[in-house]
Each structure stands twice: as structure tokens, then as C-alpha cells.
Design a protein around this ligand. Structure first.
Ligand SMILES: [Fe+2]
Length: 418
């Protein structure tokens, strides 16, 4: 059998009779052999094309993991899930290491396990460390993985582990597991290595992004400290507003994560004041209309500072809206009612209350009873009536239980301009 002049096989024919295989028969057999050769080549090409398409689709699928999230834990989870489903294996796991000291930074498996964070590779994870140092893929039985085996699904019998060196002093291992005994094929190992290198690329991007974001956050933290140093009346204000806003959120039934987000927004709500001149910001007397206009720029300045951080986009918007009023008379955009983010409406109540009870050089802080009256008066105007009602209830409850004239977390000597 020939294909493009190359012999790819042979057909043997025989006869049970004494009939001689003549030239006509040989011609027919030759023709049939060529047709069979063509069919075999077509089947091979189809198989190869199908495998190539599957490989390409798996590669695309792993690359897409980089689009779903930029958190390290989220990325590891996506990779573990996607490697397991694309390779059609029973289990997959990925561990991220700090490569110099072998410390596990994070890990995720397709069955949801994640409990080795902070563990050193030298402590019971010698096999994995060895794979990482030698830089070669290995196939082994689960039992040879010592302490790590308890983190692998119990029915898994054989494991293949690929080591990958990442930039920025990081490394990772990607593993797959089968419940059936027996080894992995060369093609499976090749595909695992290919998908792992693609996954590593997405992971490196996430690591880089998180480092950049962390450095930006550190800068913002420094800015908040700089404002506090610049304006002694702001000192502690942001933290007190953050605590109050978080308490309101929790009382209103928001989940812990969202309440924590409100706390962070509270810490950052006045970050834009870094862009306000000290003469205006620290003026110990009432502001002129022009000076007040300058102060009113701080939500926009805060928005511009926070906006470049992708995971802070919602916080930037909350900061922008924290001086909006429920009746539309606030600034900078004059937003109305529920068009204003819930988080910003909560911050507005906490911020105003904290400012009211604080003393300034030009006025004394209001007693809590008086501040409660002001919040009640502003319900539906300056404040969301529902949030104002709940906050007043919280203050009254606190007064009742503590029988004190001062609420928790709010020192009476703190002074602030909201
Ligand atoms: Fe403010």
C-alpha cells in the first residue's frame, strides 16, 4: 500500500483454488491497496486533527482562566478545575511555592482541598521538592507522596506531577491523578506539560498584578497617613467612620464580606483630601464659600486616586458618592435616593454622625441626643430614611445597654471636618 510514493503497509491475498493470480487480478489488488492506504491516511489525519483541535480548545480554556479572576487563590482554583476537566482525569492539584525556601504560598485541588498554605516543602514534601529542583515531570503512586497524600482524593491511585519555574521567585507544581492503576500515556504527559506552561503564564500575570496592586495599596495607605499628619482633625476620623459603617451594614443584614468592604471604603473615604491645600483643610474657623468649594472636590480626587486599582473600582465609586444626599442636594453629582450606592448611603450617615459629635476649634461637638435628633431630621433629606432609622435604633440600644452618654469606638476628644 502506497501513499504519495511511500510504502505504508501491505495487503496479502491468497486463493483456495489453483487459479493463477494474473495481471488483471494484480492490477485490481493494487488499486484496492491504494484505496485502503488512502482510507488509513484519512483516518489518521482525522484522528490527529481531532487531537489537535482538542489540544487547542484545552489550551484556550486554560488561557481563559486568566480572564476569570486576578486573585491568586481564585486563579489556582480555576486552573485545578480546568486541568482536571480538559484532561478528563479524576483529580488535579496545583501548589504555588516561594521557590527559594520551599514555602507553600497557596494551593488548590479540583476536589476543593486547600490546607497546606504556609507548609515548608522540606517538611514531609520531599518528593515534590525533588521534582521541583530537578525540573522533570514524574509519575508516581499516591502513597509515595508522604504527608501530601492526605490532601489528594482518597480513591486516586497514580499521580503525574509537572514542575514549573515562575518569574518573581515563585514556582509551582501541577498534578493530575487517576483512580485507576496504571501509568499515564506519553500524550497525556505532553498535554499536561503544555497546559501547565499555559496555566503558569496566567498565574504569573496574576502574581504580577497582585504585587502591583499591593504596592498601590501601600501608597494609598501612606496617603491616608499623610492626610492624618496634615490635618490633626482628621486623625482617627476615617477609622471611626469605617467602624460605624460596618456595624450599620451588619445590623442591616449584609454579609460579612460586604460589611468588610464598607469598612475599607470608610477608611479610604476622605483620601482625596490629600489634594486639598493645607490652608483650607486645616483652617481653624468657618470656611468661606470658595474654600468650601475646594473641600467639595475631595470625593472626585479620592475617586481618581482609587480608580486605577481594578479591584477597587467599586470602592472608588463609593468614595465618589459619600457626600451625595438622598434628596439629590449633595455633591459632586447630585444623585438621588437609591441611585446612590447603598454603601455610600451608609457611609454618609456614619460620616455625618461622627462629624456632628466631634468638637472643632470653632464649635463644640454635639451631645449624642442632639446628634440623634439631627439624623432623624435629615432622614429622607440628607440621609436614606431606612438607614437613618436603623442607625438611630442602634445608638439608642447602645445607650440603653451601656447607660453611657458616649458610644463605643468614638472618643469624645476627636475632632473632624466631615
Ligand atoms: Fe468626606
Amino acid at each position: 500500500m502506497r501513499y504519495e510514493g511511500k510504502v505504508i503497509g501491505a495487503i496479502t491475498v491468497g486463493s483456495t483454488t489453483a487459479k493463477y493470480i494474473d495481471a488483471k487480478d494484480r492490477l485490481l489488488i493494487g488499486y484496492m491497496a491504494n484505496q485502503v492506504a488512502l482510507a488509513i491516511i484519512k483516518a489518521q489525519l482525522y484522528k490527529e486533527e481531532k487531537e489537535a483541535r482538542l489540544k487547542l480548545s484545552a489550551l484556550e480554556n486554560i488561557s481563559e482562566a486568566g480572564l476569570t479572576t486576578l486573585s491568586i487563590d481564585g486563579m489556582l482554583n480555576e486552573i485545578a478545575q480546568r486541568i482536571a476537566s480538559n484532561m478528563n482525569v479524576d483529580w488535579s492539584g496545583i501548589i504555588l511555592f516561594e521557590d527559594k525556601h520551599g514555602m507553600m504560598i497557596a494551593e488548590r485541588t479540583s476536589n476543593g482541598c486547600s490546607s497546606m498554605k504556609g507548609k515548608s516543602m522540606s517538611n514531609g514534601c520531599g518528593v515534590i521538592y525533588d521534582i521541583l529542583v530537578k525540573g522533570k515531570t514524574r509519575v508516581l503512586k499516591k502513597n509515595s507522596l508522604n504527608d501530601v497524600k492526605q490532601h489528594i482524593e482518597s480513591e486516586i491511585k497514580s499521580i503525574a506531577i509537572v514542575p514549573i519555574n515562575l518569574r518573581q521567585d515563585r514556582a509551582c507544581t501541577v498534578a493530575i491523578g487517576k483512580k485507576t492503576a496504571g501509568s499515564f500515556t506519553d500524550k497525556e504527559i505532553q498535554l499536561l506539560e503544555l497546559l501547565s506552561s499555559r496555566a503558569a503564564f496566567a498565574l504569573e500575570n496574576a502574581i504580577l498584578f497582585n504585587r502591583l496592586e499591593q504596592s498601590y495599596l501601600d501608597t494609598i495607605e501612606s496617603l491616608v497617613k499623610a492626610i492624618e499628619a496634615k490635618d490633626k482633625y482628621t486623625r482617627g476620623h476615617s477609622e471611626q467612620v469605617a467602624t460605624l459603617a460596618q456595624e450599620i451594614a451588619l445590623v442591616m443584614g449584609l454579609d460579612k464580606d460586604r460589611a468588610e468592604r464598607i469598612y475599607t471604603a470608610g477608611l479610604l473615604h476622605d483620601v482625596g483630601k490629600i489634594g486639598i491645600s493645607s490652608g483650607v483643610l486645616c483652617k481653624p474657623s468657618t470656611l468661606s464659600p470658595e474654600e468650601y468649594d475646594e473641600i467639595k472636590l475631595h470625593p472626585i480626587k479620592g475617586y481618581e486616586i482609587l480608580r486605577p486599582i481594578r479591584s477597587f473600582n467599586d470602592l472608588a465609586e463609593i468614595v465618589l458618592q459619600h457626600h451625595e444626599r438622598f434628596d439629590g442636594s449633595g455633591y459632586p453629582r447630585g444623585m438621588h435616593g437609591h441611585d446612590i450606592f447603598f454603601e455610600a448611603r451608609v457611609l454618609a450617615v456614619a460620616d455625618a454622625y461622627q462629624a456632628m459629635i466631634s468638637s472643632r476649634p470653632y464649635r463644640k461637638g454635639l451631645p449624642i441626643e442632639q446628634a440623634i435628633l439631627e439624623i432623624r431630621k435629615g432622614a429622607g433629606g440628607q440621609f436614606d430614611p431606612e438607614i437613618a432609622k436603623i442607625f438611630i435604633g442602634m445608638l439608642k440600644q447602645e445607650q440603653k445597654s451601656s447607660r453611657s452618654s458616649k458610644p463605643k469606638n468614638i472618643p469624645s476628644d476627636s475632632t473632624v471636618r466631615s
